[in-house]
Design a protein around this ligand. Structure first.
Ligand code: F3S
Length: 400
């Protein structure tokens, strides 16, 4: 890969050891993908995790004096004190790892958003920007819905790009690589957020790695529907970009989305496929111990809907009820009164964390319910039933 004189100097360590390590990683990636050169990025999102793989690299950079050159937001970790007070048994070594991760991201000058939907509030790219975003919903959302350009970064490569302010030019940063690969004909009405969840789950599983182009979507999907589609298609598959011509920004027609080429394959989605996907996710029935919502982090509109469904009701004794969201959203939900309604019903609205964090170890042998296949996928719990939000609320009230 061709490097400018300044990039060579970074690689030699003239800007400090931390920045040098970040550059070494970017150059290795660029070489692996036959990139010709580096290009500037305007922002990054590091899918930090509060776990060991994350700790090694962020400390390597922070200890070497690296600082983020462009805004770099962070994924959820968890508030150690909050969970410790609540459950009283987060393993000490796990808590120490999380503490060090959070401290290192602070030292490296990241924006401590601790949210997996930073593209809604804390770190919003514009159309056409080149960025380095990791996190399952974030990558396809910024590529497809916003029309910025990012590769499917790891936490480490996104952080390295944030520190250097550059990334190798390859993959989805190159227009020709952004063309559609699979034509997906939707032959059923997509009614709500959960239908988009099922669509993402099914399409990701069918395609694996690729760029679907949808036909048959008859109305503008909402922000929440798009977030759900993005997250789930990147759990059952690896979908970094998709097109819904007429509704997503980059291509107005199917032909444009395929850049004139024929699709590699065609898939049809009817109500049968969505029903089957739903049945696959409903793994058990009966008594539940907890309900977990907000994977990806709930938007204000979703928190409002939970409050509406819970208003004047009581969550069943013995059922813990959680809504995960960002600090920004919780602040607004508090001001607006939604948090109060949820707490009065016996639920919790919690910020900065994610279902894939060790802070939930208390539920390891418990059965839960969620509206998110991604939450079920991580297998931190004995079993997790996936169903619509209304079903989760109903089960929380009945206890089964
Ligand atoms: Fe977000 Fe964690 Fe789910 S990062 S999407 S809450 S697994």
């Amino acid at each position: 890969m061709h490097l400018t004189k300044d990039e060579e100097r970074i690689l030699k360590g003239e800007y400090g050891e931390g920045t040098q390590k970040a550059m070494e990683l970017l150059v290795a990636i660029g070489d692996a993908y036959d990139a010709e050169k580096m290009i500037p990025v305007s922002r990054a999102h590091a899918a930090s995790s509060g776990q060991e793989g994350d700790l090694y690299f962020v400390e390597l950079l922070a200890n070497g004096g690296a600082r983020c050159k462009v805004p770099t937001s962070t994924n959820p970790v968890y508030d150690i004190e909050y969970f410790h007070n609540l459950f009283d048994f987060i393993p000490k070594d796990e808590a120490e790892v999380a503490r060090r991760v959070m401290e290192a991201y602070k030292r490296v000058g990241a924006t401590l958003s601790w949210s997996c939907v930073p593209y809604l509030a804390e770190n919003i790219p514009l159309y056409g920007e080149t960025v380095a975003f990791s996190e399952s919903s974030a990558t396809p959302y910024v590529n497809s819905v916003i029309g910025a350009r990012t590769n499917r970064e790891a936490a480490q490569s996104a952080l390295a790009a944030g520190v250097v302010g550059k990334t190798p030019k390859y993959g989805l940063l190159v227009k020709e690589n952004r063309k559609g690969t699979h034509l997906v004909k939707v032959q059923t009405a997509l009614k709500d957020e959960f239908d988009y969840t099922l669509l993402g789950y099914y399409v990701g599983k069918q395609i694996g790695y690729g760029t679907p182009v949808f036909t048959g979507v008859t109305r503008q999907p909402s922000t929440e529907e798009l977030i759900n589609f993005c997250a789930m298609s990147n759990v059952s598959g690896a979908i970094s970009m998709f097109y819904i011509p007429g509704f997503t920004v980059e291509a107005q027609t199917v032909k444009e989305a395929f850049q004139g080429d024929a699709p590699q394959d065609k898939i049809t989605v009817t109500s049968r496929e969505l029903k089957r996907a739903c049945e696959e996710l409903q793994t058990t029935s009966g008594k539940i111990d907890f309900v977990m919502l907000g994977c990806p982090h709930y938007t204000l509109k979703q928190v409002k809907e939970v409050a509406r469904l819970l208003e004047g009701k009581k969550i069943h004794d013995g059922v813990s009820f959680w809504v995960c969201t960002s600090a920004t959203t919780k602040m607004l939900a508090e001001r607006t009164g939604y948090v109060d309604i949820i707490e009065r019903a016996g639920g919790h609205v919690v910020v900065d964390t994610c279902i894939d964090e060790p802070c939930w170890i208390a539920y390891k042998n418990k059965v839960g319910m969620t509206d998110s296949p991604k939450c079920a996928y991580y297998r931190r719990f004995k079993d997790v039933i996936v169903s619509r939000l209304q079903d989760c609320i109903e089960a929380a009230i009945k206890g089964k």
